[in-house]
Design a protein around this ligand. Structure first.
Ligand code: SF4
Length: 408
């Protein structure tokens, strides 16, 4: 059963980035950014294809020099997803990127500050019907705002975005999405909350410079998911110091985990293992992750360390495996369906998962010898309980030992 988030999404306007809708009732989209030189057309396209395969709906490329704009002119027509040009200091690069045919721009208000430059870009974007993201970044905030607020506060970041919107208004441009990123999770969460009160433009969420995984993943997930669960956010980007494919994967996995995007790949759940485990759960779970890889199997798959508790604890999983007495007990929706040698566990898991995906759960149960599978599972379960008792972690003995030590 896929549990979906019950929090209503904040109502935002909708814009289009190429053929991808952002905001309104559109699904929350996943973004990432290439790390190649944009002038390297083949290398950049290779990365864009890898990002799209990993789940990115929109990809951003830097446009920091004229060679990058020339590269974009060749990249955009061959890209499988819309391309956004990232512009920092030179507004002329924004003009060149639009001329190159990009699907949108990202402007950093802290870096392009002259109102006439901002308005020139917005007027051109209006003529071309192209969206612009106002990408405020705590680390590169306009120094005047930094001074006014005594630092990069949520108020300062929101004011930066609203000032930019006012310039856009002057030329009648409103195809806007906004981000107020910071590397501090509490700061970005507060800034986005404040921004979502101030405007109904769609919001692009991210924790900037989150760093390498796993800490970077945790920071980005903490910030992005806090906001998503409050109904805030229309598109997301993980900013990791890693292969950007990891960013796209993380974005997809987060949205699937929150029930905000339809699942495309396996959702692997596994027990944390304990003294009762009959197999190295960490190893088997990793083997299963590798074996499923990027297969398009939208199923929940469980890897459980023992047949004593595994099938029951993972009864909601579409399919699972639990170890016992050097054998693997396969179960579907909590019902034992087959017993296989331990070294065939992962292979059988994949094979049954493929079968369920193709023919459905009922057909899989029909092909199983349910009586035999249940008998064998009961046998191993009873034997393990006999050997280990109810207290496989020897908690009772440990408590007695702790009490004894405390007394001495
Ligand atoms: S009791 Fe079994 S299923 Fe539960 S954590 Fe321990 S090994 Fe895993």
């Amino acid at each position: 059963m896929q549990v979906t988030s019950s929090v209503p999404r904040r109502v935002t306007r909708q814009i289009s980035v190429g053929d991808v809708k952002v905001g309104g009732d559109a699904p929350i989209t996943i973004q990432s950014m290439t790390i190649t030189k944009t002038a390297d057309v083949e290398g950049t396209l290779q990365q864009i294809y890898a990002l799209a395969a990993a789940g990115a709906d929109i990809v951003r490329c830097t446009c920091n020099e004229i060679e990058a704009a020339e590269g974009l002119a060749q990249i955009v027509p061959r890209s499988p997803v819309p391309i956004i040009a990232d512009i920092h200091h030179q507004y002329k690069m924004a003009m060149a990127a639009m001329e190159a045919g990009v699907d949108g721009l990202r402007l950093n208000p802290g870096n392009i500050r002259k109102p006439e430059h901002i308005k020139t870009v917005a007027a051109e974007a209006k003529d071309r019907n192209l969206p612009i993201r106002i990408g405020v970044n705590a680390g590169s905030l306009d120094p005047k705002l930094y001074e006014k607020y005594g630092g990069a506060t949520p108020e300062a970041m929101v004011e930066s975005a609203m000032t930019e919107i006012a310039y856009f208004d002057e030329v009648g441009f409103d195809l806007i999405k906004i981000s107020v990123k910071a590397s501090s999770v509490p700061l970005m969460v507060d800034a986005y909350r404040m921004l979502s009160e101030a405007t109904d433009h769609p919001l692009h969420l991210g924790v900037t410079e989150a760093g390498p995984p796993p800490a970077g993943l945790i920071k980005a997930t903490a910030g992005i998911s806090t906001l998503l669960l409050e109904g805030i956010g229309d598109t997301i980007r993980y900013s990791l110091t890693a292969d950007p494919v990891e960013e796209a994967k993380a974005g997809r996995q987060l949205l699937e985990a929150l029930g905000l995007r339809e699942r495309k790949n396996v959702d692997l759940i596994a027990c944390p293992s304990c003294g009762r485990a009959e197999v190295d759960v960490i190893k088997v779970a990793n083997e299963a992750m590798d074996a499923f890889g990027e297969r398009k199997l939208p199923l929940q798959v469980a890897v459980m360390g023992c047949v004593v508790n595994g099938p029951g604890e993972a009864r909601d999983a579409d399919i699972g495996i639990a170890a016992g007495n050097k054998r693997g007990h396969l179960f579907i929706k909590g019902q034992n369906v087959a017993v296989v040698p331990e070294d065939e566990m992962v292979g059988q898991l994949v094979e049954w998962a493929e079968f369920i995906n193709e023919h459905g759960t009922e057909a899989a149960l029909e092909r199983a010898d349910l009586d035999k599978a249940r008998r064998e599972a009961e046998k191993d379960r009873a034997q393990l309980l006999e050997e280990q008792g109810d207290d496989a972690n020897a908690a009772g003995e440990k408590i007695v030992e702790i009490r004894r030590k405390n007394k001495t």
